[in-house]
Design a protein around this ligand. Structure first.
Ligand code: NAD
Length: 356
């Protein structure tokens, strides 16, 4: 289909295709055994589309929760695959959002020293963002995404019909990652998104266009720096705060909405330190706030947030490495910020501002 993308990776190119999933898309090329790891909610809500694979003995249903996306709780999934005689030339097929993707990709990286895998993303976040980029991330007890690998899928099939059944909160979570890449791409791209913003929740064609645009922006960064050693770091904009918010709220706020609050918080810190033009900060704030407003009922305790930030895997010494927009072009820069009293006060100001 036109608009399909090809992503270059260290394991060669892979294709991202848009359109209705066919039986062949579900079953693969028939050369290898495809083992489907399906989000249990998606299996329940999309039984019609998934009918050809639901009752197969090789199909595994997964509960998509952060607790299940942990080293401890993926063991039974691995045991089920082994009990089903999974072999090295089998292909794992993830059907779900970022959680099923992370579990499948992680298992594919390690089981039998590596299996191939394909991905059919069913959330907006996974379609617009996580489906490309090779990363898997697994929690270790309450420490989010501390274990992981780089392992690209063999192909990604994006069918927007899955989005019909998402909860509004999960739609806004995906929109959070769409906002993120558009801010990273620069003010011109952000202002275009800001103008269309009200269409995203109600106009499917417009949303699909933004999904494809988001992947095109992300493609540039992941192809230049797949292993996240330099240029790709800017994709972590909003994520240090976002992960800390998820942790401080016991995952009470979905990932992409936590990232939306995290971008706004990063901009607040950048503005307070004279790095970011305040007019632009306020323009981004207006869009972010619309996206996270309905999630503000969940309290974000400052002490727990700072504690989680102090454990961020990107920290060096007593500073936290934040991606902050900076300068006239609001370009993203990695800035080491001391976890001191001034930082604590700026975080507190921001959190108090959320409740006004
Ligand atoms: P998710 O996988 O957490 O799912 C959210 C909820 O939506 C679950 O209840 C799930 O059952 C349900 N769901 C999934 N598809 C549905 C559908 N079509 N209709 C109705 N309900 C559906 O959602 P997510 O936001 O895609 O993923 C978040 C996770 O992704 C986090 O753990 C985050 O850390 C991870 N992530 C990974 C990467 C990466 O590159 N590997 C990038 C970003 C985020």
């Amino acid at each position: 289909m036109s608009g399909d993308l090809q992503i270059e990776s260290h394991q060669g190119p892979y294709r991202v295709s848009f359109g209705a999933i066919t039986e062949a898309g579900l079953l693969g090329d028939g050369q290898a055994v495809n083992r489907h790891l399906i989000d249990a909610n998606v299996a329940r809500l999309h039984g019609d589309v998934l009918a050809p694979i639901l009752d197969r003995p090789t199909t595994v249903l997964l509960e998509a929760t952060e607790e299940r996306k942990s080293l401890e709780q993926i063991v039974p999934v691995i045991e089920e695959l082994i009990a089903g005689s999974c072999r090295r030339d089998d292909v794992l097929v993830a059907i779900g959002g970022g959680i099923v993707q992370d579990i499948t990709c992680f298992i594919a990286s390690t089981l039998l020293r590596g299996l191939r895998w394909r991905f059919i993303p069913t959330t907006l976040l996974a379609q617009a963002d996580s489906c490309i980029g090779s990363k898997s991330s697994i929690n270790l007890r309450s420490t989010k995404n501390i274990l992981g690998t780089f392992n690209p899928p063999e192909e990604v099939l994006i069918d927007s019909r899955f989005l019909d059944t998402l909860e509004p909160e999960d739609v806004r979570s995906g929109i959070g990652e769409i906002i993120k890449v558009h801010v990273i791409d620069g003010p011109e791209t952000f202002h275009r998104l800001a103008e269309d913003f009200s269409l995203l929740e109600n106009d499917r064609a417009e949303l699909e266009r933004y999904v494809a645009d988001s992947l095109r922006i992300k493609k540039r960064f992941i192809e230049a720096d797949e292993f996240d050693r330099g240029l790709r770091n800017v994709m972590n904009y909003g994520h240090s705060f976002g992960h800390a918010i998820e942790s401080a709220t016991g995952f009470g706020i979905p990932h992409g909405i936590s990232v939306t609050i995290g971008m706004d918080m990063a901009n607040h810190i950048a503005g307070a330190r004279g790095l970011l033009d305040l007019g632009y900060r306020d323009a981004v704030h207006e869009v972010c706030r619309k996206n996270y407003e309905d999630s503000l009922g969940v309290p974000i305790p400052l002490a727990a947030l700072l504690e989680a930030l102090s454990r961020d895997k990107k920290n060096v010494g007593t500073s936290v490495n934040l991606i902050l927009p900076s300068g006239a072009g609001a370009g993203m820069e990695k800035v080491a910020v001391e976890l001191d009293e001034e930082f604590r006060r700026q975080c507190q100001e921001f959190l108090e501002g959320l409740l006004r």
